[in-house]
Structure formats: C-alpha cells, structure tokens
Design a protein around this ligand. Structure first.
Ligand SMILES: *Cc1c(COP(=O)(O)O)cnc(C)c1O
Length: 464
C-alpha cells in the first residue's frame, strides 16, 4: 500500500514515511492510494476477535509489513494496557435502538487516547529503530494535547510541544496537560482560540525548511495513523451489536465532530465495506459542517465558545480528505477548491455532488440549551450521565433516527472532564480518582501572545 496527497503533488510513500510526514509536503493530506475492502465473510470471521486482535487485522491491510508483526502486536498490547476497561471501547445498550460506544476509558478520559496511545508507541518505535529525533508539535482544543502528552511523556528520543488556547479549555483538560512534569513536555498557552493555534501549526508544518530542520512531527488528525486507529472501533461496535444476529443489521453512527477526524474514520470504515447506514455528524453551535451538509456551502463562520469546547472548531482540517473522495479522487479539483477556500473564504458544492453529500451524511448542530437539556434528560430517564460532546451526538441521533434503525452514538469524553456543563444541569458527579487527584498539583505552562515569531522562539529554545 502506498500513500498519496489529496493535492496530488507528493510522490507515493510507504506507511512509516506517511506518518512521519504528517501534513503532506504539498499542503494536502495523505490518503491510501486504494482503499482496501473487507469482504462480508472476512468481517464475520472477525466477530470473535478481541479489540487488540481486530486492530492488528485492520492495520495489516495498510502497513505493508513495515513493522514486524511481533513488534506491532507488542506495541498494540502496550497501547491499550493503560485503558481501564479490558474491552478498550465497551458498548452500552441504552434501549433496542440506541447504543453508546464508550471511547473514554483511556488515561485522559477522552476518545483521543484510542489513537494517541498507539501513536506514542509508534513514534517511540521509529525513534529507536531509525535513530530519528522526534519533535512532536500540535495544537489542541483540549483533549488531543492531554492524550498526546500522556502518550509520549518520559519517552526517550521524543519531545512534545502543545499549543492550547489560553483559558479556553476546561479546567480538567488544562490540568491534564500542565501537571505533567517530564522534561520532554512543553505547554504553550496561546492568547487566541483553537483555530488560531491550529493555523500556526499548519504554517510551521508547511514551512518545509523549518519542519525538516527541527524534525517536526504531527499528532493532529491530519495524521493518517490517527484516522486509521479510529476505524477499529467502528468495526468493533458493528460486530458487537450484531453478535449472534443471523441477519446482521445496518447501523447508524452518530459522531460528535470538530475537525471531522472521527467521523472521517467512520466514512473510511464504510468505504472498506463496513455495513453502515447513516453517518450522523453532530456539531455544537460551531456548525459549519451542518451548514455544509444542508446547503453545500462550506464557510467558516464566527467562532462560538460552547459547553463542548473540544468541538469549538470552524475549520475542520479533515474535511479535505472527504472532499477528495467526493470529487472522485481528482487532486487537481481538490487543489482548486482549497485555493478558493483560501482566497474567497468559502467553497460551494452543488448539483449531483451535493446530493451525494446528503446521501452519505446527516448533520445537526446542537444548541447549548439542547445539549444541557439532553444531559438532564438522559440522567433522569436512563440514569446515564452524558458529557456535553456526547450530548451533541445524542441530539443529532434524536433528530436523525427513524423507526427500525439501530444507532451507535459515540461517547467521546467522560463527563468528569467537563464538570462546568454538568453543574449547569444541577447534577453532582463524583470524579474518578485519577481526575480528582489532579486538582491540587502544580502546573507548568508558558502563556504566550498570539504571535508566530514568539512561538517559534519558544520552540527553538525547547529543542536545544
Ligand atoms: C476532539 C473531540 C471531538 C471532535 O473530534 P474530531 O475528530 O475533531 O471531529 C469530539 N469530542 C471530544 C470529547 C473530543 O475530544
């Protein structure tokens, strides 16, 4: 399997080089040259596998034996040994037509751990095997940063710097990032919003001289390995729901979305042959994706701060991957659209293409009030405490669901991470011990202005 860029100007690369490249050198995103297809017989044969075994099967379709099997198995085992649940992503049945797939049992209590625990192992492997210096640089709306830091803290040969929007992440998110004391970790709190942070990162990665000189590596979901790791739980959930069913059922997935990474993983799983019915894109009041599905216009709007800060994103970086498939893998067209987005501030999809979008996705942007109402409702009716991101997913499920369908709603975070919203519902929750103990620890972070030159200075200092 080789990987190419959505903009068509990168020579095909193997798996390891693709992961190390992160953002494609031509400014696009890397994607597999062909999508491997899983037959229904093969899918059935996977029904009895553990999460880790399923991970290995799916990865083996993509990595060309670039990592020896035994080594990969050990990496996967280590990645998920830090999860508090043996099943890694357990599925809870709410009622006959709704399941919740809990993706928050990793070290930082959000779904980002599922991919980033593995990514930490991956970078560690490459650093050791190839003598590579690895300088991880990323922007976070809160959860990616915490998960990435946990994935690589204290690992030899790796340094990590994370930009987060100052005072715009939840208290627990901030503590998870800044209470880590290892020397290989630098937290920069930027006086701006997430899109500002992400833009700086994209600029630095696009400066190929800077990227090469400082060995910059990406952990954001522009990195294909994250997308791939996240496809595993779509397969896993499908197989769990259909366990023992003679006639396997098509399934809807409702996905709390920001950068379009998670839902793109679901799209990829479907492209690989997983019998998915609707992919439901749930957003909050930052509803660029909902507007896109409804009207075909993809246009960043005004930034809103909501109860679900990890989804406070207007520019969904993985959208370009979907655009590539929507436009029948025509890299020239993708490049033209992305140019247009840059120059005119929007893209408009019309006609047949828009119908295709609407046949592939349903979307809903939940308001702040809807989100809080649903947290209260599911607590009282089902004794299930939703976090505010998952609540957006449930709002979208309630909007899109039809009789006779089965929906798996992805729970992307544990409610303890977002107590600010839970308190507003007048619900008192007990914190898991791992979170409670963060509250009285010292914090390490550097607050910086929204100024690329200043951030570059901080980085160069850190790399010395
Ligand atoms: C990151 C995140 C999201 C959004 O996921 P994307 O892959 O960026 O679409 C949703 N919920 C939570 C809790 C997150 O941390």
């Amino acid at each position: 399997m080789q990987y190419v860029s959505t903009r068509g100007h990168v020579k095909p690369k193997g798996f390891i080089d693709t992961v190390l490249m992160g953002l494609a050198d031509d400014g696009g995103l890397m994607i597999p040259e062909q999508t491997p297809v899983v037959s229904s017989e093969q899918l059935q044969a996977w029904a009895s596998l553990s999460y880790e075994q399923l991970f290995l099967e799916i990865f083996s379709l993509y990595i060309n034996d670039e990592i020896p099997k035994d080594e990969l198995r050990a990496m996967v085992a280590r990645s998920y040994s830090s999860f508090r649940n043996k099943e890694v992503t357990p599925l809870k049945k709410v009622h006959d037509s709704l399941y919740i797939l809990e993706l928050f049992h990793g070290p930082t209590f959000a779904f980002k751990d599922v991919a980033l625990q593995f990514m930490g192992e991956f970078y560690s492997y490459v650093s050791k095997k190839q003598g590579e210096i690895i300088h991880i640089l990323g922007a976070t709306s809160g959860d990616t940063g915490a998960a990435a830091i946990q994935g690589v803290r204290g690992k030899e040969g790796i340094k990590i710097c994370i930009l987060h929007p100052h005072q715009r992440v939840s208290k627990i998110q901030e503590l998870q990032m800044t209470t880590v004391q290892d020397d290989n970790v630098l937290n920069l709190a930027v006086k701006g919003n997430f899109d500002d942070c992400q833009k700086i990162i994209k600029d630095l990665f696009f400066d190929l001289k800077f990227k090469g000189k400082h060995h910059l590596r990406a952990i954001n979901s522009i990195n294909f390995v994250r997308i791939l790791a996240q496809t595993v739980y779509y397969f896993y959930a499908y197989l769990q729901v259909n366990q023992g069913n003679d006639k396997p059922q098509l399934i809807n997935f409702s996905v709390p979305s920001g950068n379009f990474g998670n839902v793109f993983s679901g799209y990829l799983a479907k492209k690989m042959g997983l019998p998915v019915n609707k992919l439901i894109i749930a957003t909050n009041e930052n509803n660029i994706l909902e507007r896109f599905v409804r009207t075909g216009e993809y246009k960043p709007g005004d930034f809103r701060s909501t109860h679900s800060p990890s989804m406070d994103i207007q520019v969904a970086s993985n959208f370009e991957r979907y655009l590539y498939y929507l436009l029948n893998e025509d890299a020239e067209k993708v490049s033209a659209y992305m140019e247009q987005l840059k120059s005119e501030g929007k893209i408009v999809i019309t006609g047949e293409d828009l119908l295709k979008v609407q046949s592939e996705f349903v979307a809903l942007g939940a308001t702040n009030q809807q989100c809080l109402d649903l947290i209260a409702k599911y607590k009282s009716e089902h004794d299930y405490l939703l976090d505010p991101h998952t609540a957006c997913g449930i709002a979208a499920y309630e909007h899109a669901h039809m009789d006779g369908e089965v929906t798996v709603a992805l729970a992307t975070a544990h409610p303890a991470k977002f107590d600010e919203a839970i308190i507003l519902c007048e619900i008192e929750q007990e914190f898991p011990e791992e979170i409670a103990k963060l509250l009285d620890q010292p914090q390490f972070q550097t607050v910086v202005e929204l100024d690329e030159a200043e951030i570059v200075r901080q980085l160069i200092d850190f790399y010395q």
